[in-house]
Ligand binder design. Structure first.
Ligand code: UDP
Length: 459
């Protein structure tokens, strides 16, 4: 028998590749060999990332690429289209990869760790007789929502396609975030085709997840006690962040990080800066993006804004607008196209994070004790916002007006409120401490992780 050799298969978008890469690196530190599967397109983007090369601990992590049937990242960012294509193309390619690896490598693939959102990889592992585990890079609450689909249908809250029968707020259990049926993860994607694809996938993934006893989650008991109580078989091992262990930044980034913002941050007063970023996919309508900028200007405080060079800027006339805006705000505002986010959040100058509430951004902020201003756009971001504002109480939502828009006054007022109300910072620091206790040696997440490593090594 050879050494343990794990095939890690992320869903091929940024917010999944970063945490699965983090998991791969944690395993590699325990001497486990990893083959990490990227789509061809993402592989090209990652190939030159120097941090990734440096972190490939003694060459234990091998990056390989396969086709996902998509032409570009734009395609990949359209949830329905991407998932459909991935489902058609990737399973066959991963199977070929396993066969090729097992023919040529003395260490045959002994375990597959599949992103929970691609349950087919668990089905493939079962077919090939390979041990398997699922990893969810989102909140446990999202998994619990998925597991609740049959009950939601039975109770008449949604129909067989996932469409809500009426708009209502539901609570899966006490102290779980309130969920608005209009914002269920599958039905806030903008079109019926995407809804059906994602809903169908969630139903299928629920079944596939039963093919393993290891359902790991990038969360912590102290963050989501009720969700873990409802589904005790989900094992939290997070937050798995490069910054927790190394004081550094994430690897697996598709864009080059502009580190000049760190020097700029170091010149700002403690807890004074508003950090603004919307992750890798969410974008604002051009008019809302402008409103955001004007709101930041009105707030008269230093800010660091990530304006990705894709849709967020290129729609309409935003490119020109940003240049003018930069001139207007001068050194009070720093605008970059991709930031070393974990390092930014670790800097003492950051006072709050205005975020779209992707799960990675959420736990990165929480792990650094930074309060949040929430502007969720789609998918699980509404659940995460509810955790932040209603359950943990470490942030405030940006409310929309009667025209369904966030106004400049709302942005300015909430910035003032979050920075001037000491309780937000105090609660954020408390939560940080709890979460750090989970990941340190002897903590619950750490112990779950060690048990998992032992199981992999038993191969
Ligand atoms: N990120 C980054 N620099 C940026 C913006 C985002 O490194 O300028 C990283 C961020 O740290 C997080 C990931 O990209 O790890 C985004 O994941 P998240 O779940 O927050 O959002 P998604 O992109 O999936 O919507």
């Amino acid at each position: 028998m050879g050494n343990p050799h794990v095939l890690v298969v992320p869903y091929p978008v940024q917010g999944h590749v970063i945490p699965l890469m983090e998991l791969a690196q944690c395993l590699a530190k325990y001497g486990i060999r990893i083959t990490f599967v990227n789509s061809e397109y993402n592989h090209e983007l990652l190939k030159n990332e120097s941090a990734l090369q440096a972190a490939n601990i003694g060459d234990r992590i091998r990056l390989v690429s396969i086709s996902d049937g998509l032409q570009s990242m734009e395609d990949g960012n359209q949830a329905g289209r991407a998932s459909g294509s991935i489902l058609r193309v990737m399973p066959g390619k991963v199977e070929e990869l396993i066969e090729r690896t097992n023919e040529s490598d003395s260490d045959k693939i002994s375990c597959i760790i599949a992103d929970q959102s691609i349950g087919w990889a668990l089905e493939l592992a079962e077919k090939k007789g390979i041990r398997r585990a699922a990893f969810c890079p989102a909140a446990a609450a999202l998994l619990v929502l998925g597991f609740s689909i049959p009950k939601l249908i039975e109770d008449g809250i949604i129909d067989e396609n996932g469409t809500p029968t009426k708009r209502q707020k539901i609570e899966l259990s006490a102290s779980m975030p309130l969920m608005d049926s209009a914002n269920f993860v599958w039905n806030c994607l903008g079109n019926m085709e995407a809804q059906k694809t994602i809903f169908g996938l969630m139903v299928r993934n629920n079944k596939s997840t039963k093919l393993t006893k290891w359902l790991l989650c990038n969360s912590a008991y102290d963050l989501e006690p009720s969700a873990f109580h409802m589904a005790p078989h989900i094992l939290p091992i997070g937050p798995l962040l490069a910054s927790n262990k190394l004081g550094g930044d994430s690897t697996g980034n598709f864009w080059a990080k502009d580190t000049t913002c760190l020097e700029w941050l170091d010149q700002q007063a403690p807890r004074s800066v508003i950090y603004v970023a919307f992750g890798s996919i969410a974008s604002l309508e051009p008019s809302q993006f402008k409103e955001l900028c004007v709101g930041l200007e009105l707030a008269s405080r230093p800010f660091l804004l990530v304006a990705r060079s894709d849709r967020m800027l290129t729609d309409g006339t935003n490119g020109e607008f940003v240049e003018e805006f930069k001139d207007r705000v001068g050194n009070r505002g720093k605008i970059v196209s991709w930031a070393p986010q974990q390092e930014v959040l670790g800097r003492s100058a950051v006072g709050c994070f205005l975020s779209h509430c992707g799960w990675n951004s959420t736990i990165e902020s929480v792990s650094n004790g930074v309060p949040l201003l929430c502007w969720p756009c789609f998918a699980d971001q509404f659940i995460n916002k509810s955790y932040i504002c209603d359950v943990w109480k470490v942030g405030l939502g940006l409310d929309k007006d009667e025209n369904d828009k966030v106004t400049r006054e709302e942005i300015k007022n909430k910035i003032e409120q979050i920075l001037e109300t000491k309780e937000f910072a105090a609660r954020a620091l408390d939560l940080k401490e709890k979460v750090m206790n989970c990941v340190k040696e002897g903590g619950s997440s750490h112990q779950n992780f060690l048990n998992f490593v032992d199981w992999i090594k038993m191969a």
